[in-house]
Design a protein around this ligand. Structure first.
Ligand SMILES: Cc1ncc(C[n+]2csc(CCOP(=O)(O)OP(=O)(O)O)c2C)c(N)n1
Ligand code: SF4
Ligand SMILES: [Mg+2]
Length: 317
């Protein structure tokens, strides 16, 4: 009876249905792949944002594992506290069995791009500087979705958001966002992390593989997952997987991993990589770019970002 129960529990989805995320939410697809790969021996601290709000309307929770809601900015600090407590308990464990059980528990901090690139960054930097054994996962939907799609440090060039609205004037503001997104992977690498990876919600098996590698890594690791947002990207609810895959296929958002500061795996793009237009044109947040000469100039610039990635990472076949 006991072994039957165990078998059932390892097969179930670690995020229960009934949550309130939009149908087709890329972040939810990614979070399910993450949670299932993490399994039960984990403690998660989750920054506020869509993932927290949609899965834990008090007193309910979709998380079938130990999970704690933090503030917007401090998921990493909370996970540092959990890590310190676990380390203390490991040190003072009374039996070998107890010690091993505690050693198996992984500590995870996770949040959106607003929580990661912007408001929580100082505390994340501290956690990385202290080389704590914590996996950090960023669900990057390239905006502050939960509060109405404001631009974040991860918002890409040309995107229309409520704080970078596309307009009809001739000023640079009219094109939508005109900031290059922060290079969070470079910032993670600059902290000397042993495992840094990027993937998308369109690659759930790749997410699972990367979580497994992060679990085996000693010290901090960082995984960033491009997670399409239905209202934010102005896409249909059946398009998140397709659009996430296109981000990788065009070279705009390469799927890759660094182990011990070396680029060890990177997904190649096609011989003749798809042009960024294919990725941009199905998203309402970029539709203004297709309307005039000025917009088309921005598309060329976005293409140059993809070309730069393909060249730098040598991902063309
Ligand atoms: C200190 C603080 N500032 C602002 C907020 C309001 N707030 C809650 S969620 C959120 C947006 C979260 O954006 P992101 O981290 O990208 O997650 P997403 O909702 O996009 O998944 C904001 C601004 C807050 N809770 N705390
Ligand atoms: S607003 Fe975007 S991130 Fe939030 S639940 Fe809906 S699709 Fe997901
Ligand atoms: Mg976000």
């Amino acid at each position: 009876m006991k072994s039957k129960q165990k078998k059932q529990s390892t097969n179930k989805n670690m995020i229960a249905p009934g949550h309130k995320a939009c149908a087709g939410c890329g972040q939810m697809i990614a979070a399910k792949a993450v949670a299932n790969a993490l399994g039960e021996d984990v403690i998660i601290a989750n920054a506020t944002g869509c993932l927290e709000v949609t899965t834990t309307p008090y007193p309910q929770s979709s998380w079938r594992m130990p999970w704690i809601h933090s503030l917007f900015e401090n998921a990493s600090a909370i996970s540092s506290g959990i890590r310190a407590t676990l380390d203390y308990k490991i040190k003072h464990a009374k039996t070998k069995k107890e010690k091993q059980k505690l050693e198996n528990i992984k500590v995870v901090a996770q949040g959106g791009d607003g929580a990661t690139f912007d408001i929580g960054f100082g505390l994340i930097s501290g956690m990385w500087e202290r080389k704590e054994n914590i996996i950090y996962i960023c669900y990057n939907n390239e905006a502050y979705s939960n509060t109405g799609i404001q631009a974040s440090g991860a918002t890409p060039w040309g995107a229309n958001t409520t704080t970078s609205p596309a307009g009809s004037g001739s000023s640079i503001d009219a094109i939508g966002s005109h900031q290059r997104k922060k290079d969070m992977l470079a910032l993670a690498l600059a902290h000397g992390l042993n495992y840094v990876a990027q993937t998308t919600a369109g690659h759930p098996q790749d997410i699972a593989n990367k979580i497994k590698k992060a679990k085996q890594t000693k010290g901090p690791s960082y995984i960033q997952i491009l997670s399409p947002c239905i209202p934010g990207w102005k896409i249909k609810s059946n398009q998140s997987i397709k659009v996430a895959k296109l981000a990788a296929k065009t070279g705009l958002y390469p799927v890759l991993e660094y182990e011990n500061a070396k680029l060890t795996n990177v997904m190649k793009v096609e011989d003749n990589p798809l042009k960024v237009d294919e990725y941009l044109k199905i998203q309402g947040r970029f539709k203004h770019l297709f309307k005039n000469k000025r917009g088309r100039k921005q598309i060329k610039y976005i293409q140059s970002i993809a070309d730069e990635n393909i060249k730098k990472l040598e991902i063309g076949k």
